[in-house]
Write a protein that binds this ligand. Structure first.
Ligand code: MEV
Length: 317
């Protein structure tokens, strides 16, 4: 018996990093997924295979996550060990992850992998609700990234266009905006945890400035919520550029990223970093009127693709 589940990646429209300090973020899931397939195996091991590598640990060793060589694999062993313990099984589990989402570029690949893996592994025993899945997925991701806000896992699980803050969790933005974005990859791979730590250092050294930037972020997000209701692409685009400027001020942009944003804003409604930054991707807001021109411009300097909002979130198959 195989248990298969898939979960989408995400982009952050507004509020990355500031969400870690309690501000509201706006994000959506995208039409690129990670699929997790689990099955019982005879060997008494938990084996995880992904395009990035293969690793296994014994099912008896209940607390040996520290021994996992490849750090990015830890969350998956956490998920599988928890399921093994709670269901006291004698045989092992193999988990295979297949991804359409490039890793380490701000598109939520590790959260999507945790969500899909949680649903798939537990589906071998009984299907969990989306609320149960997101809880375990966030705990799993926190084994390697303690400050994780939970925003990425929430949108990957529930799908759609949502707002998220630490206190209230996620909330659907009910207007079904048919937004389109170009995602351009700077090809500069980042480590989310390192960039979040870098922002923490910035905050500690520049407390007053950081508080000022938080207030500006709150205004941007408030305006963005209204502009989403009105489907006002011009306003949304200019708010994205303002948000990019705040992200630059906290030190998470790069020369390449700024160049991409400069190019994009010649024809798109607006553009900004999405996700942790320190490289990674930018998003450009487009529609039919400017999609081709923007793509042509950006393709000269980066790999790009067009994406739309995914409204389904976690799917069992
Ligand atoms: C990463 O996609 C988004 C950050 O805000 C971190 C987080 O929310 O956990 C940088």
């Amino acid at each position: 018996m195989k248990s298969i589940a898939s979960a989408p990646g995400k982009i952050i429209l507004f509020g990355e990093h500031f969400v870690v300090y309690g501000m509201k973020a706006v994000l959506c899931s995208i039409d690129k997924r990670i699929t997790a397939t689990s099955q019982f195996i005879d060997e008494k091991v938990i084996r995880v295979r992904s395009s990035l590598g293969e690793s296994e640990i014994s099912i008896d060793s209940s607390n040996n996550l520290e021994k996992v060589q490849q750090k990015f694999m830890k969350p998956f062993f956490y998920i599988a060990q928890k399921a093994v313990k709670e269901n006291s099984i004698k045989n092992g589990i193999e988990l295979v992850l297949e991804s359409e989402i490039p890793p380490g570029v701000g598109l939520g690949s590790s959260s999507a992998a945790c969500v899909a893996a949680t649903a798939s592994v537990n589906g071998l025993f009984c299907k969990l609700s989306k609320n149960e899945v997101v809880k375990i997925a966030v705990q799993a991701e926190r084994t390697i990234f303690e400050q994780n806000s939970g925003a990425d896992s929430s949108v990957s699980t529930f799908g759609g266009l949502v707002s998220y803050d630490l206190k209230n969790g996620f909330e659907n933005i009910s207007s079904r905006n048919d937004l389109s974005f170009i995602i351009s990859n700077s090809a500069q791979v980042h480590n989310t945890q390192d960039v979040v730590r870098q922002v923490k250092n910035f905050k500690e050294k520049n407390d007053e400035l950081f508080n000022k930037l938080c207030k500006l972020e709150i205004d941007i997000v408030d305006d963005a919520m209204l502009s989403l209701k009105d489907n006002d692409l011009n306003k949304l685009g200019s708010l994205m550029l303002k948000n990019h400027d705040l992200l630059k001020q906290i030190g998470i942009s790069t020369e390449k990223i700024d160049l991409l944003v400069q190019e994009a804003k010649k024809t798109a409604y607006g553009a900004k970093i999405t996700g942790a930054g320190g490289g990674g991707c930018i998003i450009s807001l487009i529609d039919d009127s400017n999609s081709e021109d923007t793509l042509n411009n950006l393709r000269k300097i980066s790999d790009c693709f067009v994406t739309k909002i995914d409204y389904s979130g976690l799917r069992y198959s």
